[in-house]
Design a protein. Structure first.
Length: 159
């Protein structure tokens, strides 16, 4: 398990592939998993993250403040459009950052960056298509199903 929220990417193996989660230990009980999530969230809180939503084995955390679009609109109008460049940069790189933190059956903590609402609400449905749940599309979470073990069956009968 790697240090939460310090590393932008999970540890990699010498081949450059992402390291697989540790499944060598036995499955953790529900209470142990809750305690692991509590410790991870307390570490995140000391680094400035706040908890927005929480269940037994996952939580949504956020950092930063939302962009005040009305203020930027007024500044853009007053400066005859010159402020629009700053507004675009602030909308892309500023604002709130969100992560979904989960604890699996073996006690491994996984964090997934969640798209910003402005871009997630626009691009999320395009990326996830009709396969993701409504909440996944709303949050902009991209879910890629694992490849199936057997190829799809084809009907070889001719008409």
């Amino acid at each position: 398990m790697y240090a939460m929220f310090d590393d932008p990417a999970p540890p990699t193996e010498p081949s450059g592939q992402a390291a697989a989660p540790d499944t060598s230990s036995p499955a953790k009980s529900a209470e142990e998993r809750k305690a692991i999530l509590d410790r991870g969230l307390s570490q995140a809180a000391t680094r400035g993250w706040r908890i927005e939503n929480r269940s037994d084995f996952q939580a949504t955390i956020a950092k930063g403040k939302p962009v005040h679009h009305l203020l930027h609109l007024i500044l853009t109008l007053v400066t005859l459009g010159a402020w629009a460049i700053v507004w675009i940069l602030v909308a892309i790189f500023g604002g709130e950052k969100r992560q979904l933190v989960t604890v699996d059956d073996f006690g491994n903590i996984t964090e997934v960056k969640v798209c910003a609402m402005a871009f997630g609400s626009l691009l999320g449905p395009l990326i996830t298509g009709l396969t993701g749940s409504t909440q996944e599309r709303r949050l902009g979470i991209v879910s890629i199903p694992p490849p199936s073990a057997e190829p799809p069956s084809r009907d070889t009968r001719r008409l």
